[in-house]
Design a protein. Structure first.
Lengths: 392, 403
């Protein structure tokens, strides 16, 4: 036998490869094998809120299915409706007109309320109209009502207003069609929702009786609105202190926590933000309110405390967590592991978190109240952090 | 060098690259302290004889710990060795057990005779290595915790050996480098939690020096070597899954003074017996200079022999093979809890397969033994180490003698 160079090298490496296959069996970790300092540590920390504050802004309500009319939760609601330009020749005269609203929901209690319908004298933008900027302004509408009707307390009750033919005739022009009507209920003790123009087939209906010149027989024309919104204003300011979240008033709340006691080399395993609902002071118009917690990238302005995430600072908020609250839930919990890790690392400055509502089905006047450190320190928002520290 | 020689050199370079890029591992729970298990063994031929090689010279392979041994190298030699290690671990706690094994290219060396008796050498070899993983799952199975470590300190050496009459001397500069990664990890079962992984990377750099001396008195060969104390710079970095990255500290690691002596007896060219003693003062190193662990003065006793049935180049192949037998007993460098010290013993077997007209050789060595004990230590490891080295030759810088 002779071991040649050509044979020896491949044989050598084949032997190595065969040996390189291994089948390790794990060794159980125990304190006898490893000093405690060589293992990391699991820690828990509960942080109470440092800054909580809330601010609101009346929201435009275009796009909702409900047109709320009346008073509830110290909020008075009114309805604005307008129609397309009337395509009637000058030879056609409007003899009479009615506006029918179909009832949908009721919030609050009462035997019914008187509602008045007014001619609107100014044009309005359905996407921007608000009580402060429009309704409250002088000469926005004619204070003398065209008609007054009683709105029933049953949810499905409808109401039909008579319209002034002269007012309706003015809607033939381009200027006239942008005005429409305003419906008020200043003496209401509850609030009632009517179907909006989005809520087919029960949307508001304008019925006109017309007469063509030379004819003796009336014609009937039915029209649906091109815009319908409800505008509202708060009659009594909300109590300061609680943390609010609501769609109609666009409540925003700022929540800040001091996490400087957690070392920067910590790894956040989980961070949970829990807010407790003050059910007695919450108002639910709809079955649920979806909430979002976001992390601002800029310091918030405390006076007034508002973010303008979708207007002024389009990139100032990053969505982090979404949860919802309803009448049966008294706590909401958000997982905020990522922002807390960033604060601890100092890779993102700790400007706190912003709680605000998000709408998937249109705006309503739902308002959820959370305990704050001012209203109940024991039930104030808490940030529970579980983290690990590296071995020494 | 001609083209053919360059091709061969490229082949050896590839082996060298493998050696440099492959981490060296220990596969032992006793590698969890300090910088891991120290690699006191070198030269697969010597390992076959229990590790004894301090006094010996070999025309084919060279022995790192005593650079004077390189003077016997008469052709340019390239050697690379591979190690497989398997430790069957019995833990005193709960009679539990485990198995650690790994395999890696261990070292690479190149020795170039400048002229007869004067040799330049360079190479890379492991100084220490660590490799273990411990794992446990909590009682509620909420998460699994694991601690593992891998890596080691390596030496890039550049040495020179010369002959002065009957004396052979050598000196080697050792450039220490390496990295040990210690990984602590929590793996949660629930998606609600983020896993943790903290990696402490220790980077080592430093320069050392060791010297050797050999002399032959008839059939007797004597050798001694010593390494000067060295301080390595240690940069400790932390990387966490949470995103933290940075140097957390810069410390020093002390490699203490070591010395060793060996004795060899070769009554003829077929028989050789040898014994070595080597010690290093790890007990004098403060814990802060040993990554927080307490050192223990180490000693290493090696003894063994080699038998070649025939030195006749025309004899049958099996008669030209080298047969080796030896044993080793050593004290490991770290103190276990309660002041316990850990010893290791092995019985060694070795074989040498010459090839290519006797200018090349493949050496195999197997070590069977035990590390630690259940009575004195928290664990006992039944160990098997298999070493394999391939040694090739080239004639560089030497003119063939003209007739």
């Amino acid at each position: 036998m002779k071991l040649t160079k050509k044979l020896a090298v491949p044989l050598y490496f084949c032997a190595l490869l065969a040996l390189a296959c291994n089948d390790d069996k794990t060794i159980p970790l125990g304190p006898d094998l490893v000093d405690p300092s060589q293992r990391g540590q699991r820690q828990q920390s509960s942080k109470t809120i440092v800054v909580d504050s809330t601010a609101n802004k009346i929201a435009n309500t275009f796009g909702t299915l409900n047109l709320w009319l009346g008073k509830f939760d110290d909020i008075e609601s009114q309805i604005l409706i307008r129609f397309a330009r009337l395509n009637l020749p000058d030879t056609v005269t409007v003899v009479a007109g009615t506006l029918k609203l179909h009832g949908r929901l009721v919030k609050g209690n009462g035997a019914g309320f008187e509602a008045t319908i007014h001619e609107v004298k100014n044009s309005w933008d359905s996407l921007k109209v608000s009580y402060q900027n429009d309704i409250f302004q002088k000469d926005f509408f004619n204070a003398t009502p065209m008609d007054q009707q009683r709105a029933g307390s049953a949810a499905a009750d409808s109401v039909t207003f008579k319209l002034d033919p002269a007012v309706v005739s003015a809607w033939r022009t381009k200027e006239g069609r942008e005005k429409g009507v305003l419906i008020q209920a200043p003496t209401a003790t509850f609030t009632k929702a009517f179907h909006s123009h989005f809520s087919t087939p029960k949307q508001p209906v304008l019925e006109l009786i017309t007469l063509k010149g030379g004819n003796t027989k009336n014609d009937t024309t039915r029209l649906s609105p091109t815009s319908s919104v409800f505008v509202f204003h708060r009659l009594v300011e909300l109590r300061k202190g609680p943390i609010y979240a609501g769609l109609g008033e666009q409540h925003q709340s700022a929540l800040s926590f001091d996490v400087t006691s957690i070392p920067p080399n910590a790894t956040i395993s989980r961070a949970l933000l829990t807010l407790e609902v003050d059910t007695l002071n919450s108002v639910f118009y709809s079955s649920r309110l979806d909430l979002q917690i976001s992390q601002p990238t800029k310091n918030f302005d405390l006076n007034p405390l508002r973010f303008e995430p979708f207007v002024s600072y389009p990139d100032s908020l990053r969505a982090t967590a979404v949860d919802s609250v309803n009448v049966a839930i008294n706590k909401v919990t958000f997982t905020v592991t990522t922002p807390v890790q960033q604060w601890v690392l100092d890779s993102k400055e700790n400007f706190g978190l912003v709680l605000f509502p998000v709408s998937f089905t249109g705006r309503d006047l739902t308002r959820v109240t959370f305990y704050s450190k001012e209203t109940n320190a024991a039930r104030a928002p808490k940030l529970q952090i579980e983290y690990t520290l590296p071995p020494q | 060098m001609n083209f053919k020689t360059w091709l061969r050199f490229g082949r050896y370079s590839l082996i060298c690259l493998l050696a440099l890029t492959d981490s060296s591992f220990a596969g032992s729970i006793f590698s969890r302290r300090g910088i891991g298990l120290l690699r006191y063994r070198d030269n697969v031929r010597a390992i076959g004889m229990g590790g004894a090689g301090m006094a010996l010279g070999d025309s084919l392979s060279f022995y790192f710990f005593n650079p004077a041994a390189m003077t016997r190298v008469n052709l340019t030699r390239v050697q690379s060795d591979f190690r497989y290690e398997r430790a069957s671990v019995d833990l005193a706690r709960n009679s539990s057990n485990g198995l650690l094994s790994n395999a890696s290219v261990n070292s690479f060396g190149l020795a170039i005779p400048i002229k007869t008796g004067n040799v330049l050498a360079l190479g890379v070899r492991p100084y220490s290595s660590t490799d273990f993983e411990f794992r446990q799952t909590t009682n509620d199975s909420a998460f699994t915790e694991s601690l593992s470590s891998v890596g080691g300190v390596s030496e890039l050496y550049l040495g020179f050996a010369a002959t002065f009459g009957a004396w052979r001397v050598g000196a080697t500069t050792d450039f220490y480098f390496g990295r040990i990664n210690r990984i602590w990890r929590l793996d949660y079962v629930s998606d609600e939690f983020r896993n943790s992984e903290d990696i402490i990377n220790r980077h080592f750099t430093g320069i050392g020096l060791h010297l050797g001396l050999q002399r032959q008195f008839g059939p007797w060969q004597l050798g001694t070597a010593a390494g000067l104390p060295t301080r390595l710079n240690v940069k400790n970095e932390l990387n966490t899954l949470g995103g933290f990255t940075g140097v957390i500290s810069k410390t020093k690691l002390k490699l203490p003074f070591w010395w060793g002596a060996g004795l060899g007896f070769a009554p003829n060219r077929r028989w050789l017996i040898s014994a070595d003693y080597r010690t290093q003062r790890w007990g004098a190193v403060k814990p802060e200079e040993l990554i927080g662990d307490r050192g223990v003065d180490t000693y290493d006793l090696s003894f063994g022999g080699e038998f070649i049935p025939s030195i006749d180049a025309l004899a049958g192949y099996f008669k030209r093979m080298s047969l080796r037998l030896g044993g080793n007993y050593q004290q490991l460098p770290y103190e276990e809890p309660a002041g316990k010290k850990v010893q290791q013993w092995t019985v060694n077997l070795g074989l040498g397969f010459p090839f290519g007209r006797g200018y090349n050789r493949i050496d195999f060595a197997v070590e069977l033994g035990q590390r630690g004990s259940l009575a004195d230590n928290l664990a006992r490891e039944n160990i098997i180490l298999i070493h394999a080295a391939i040694i090739g030759s080239e004639r560089w810088f030497q003119r063939p003698k003209r007739k």
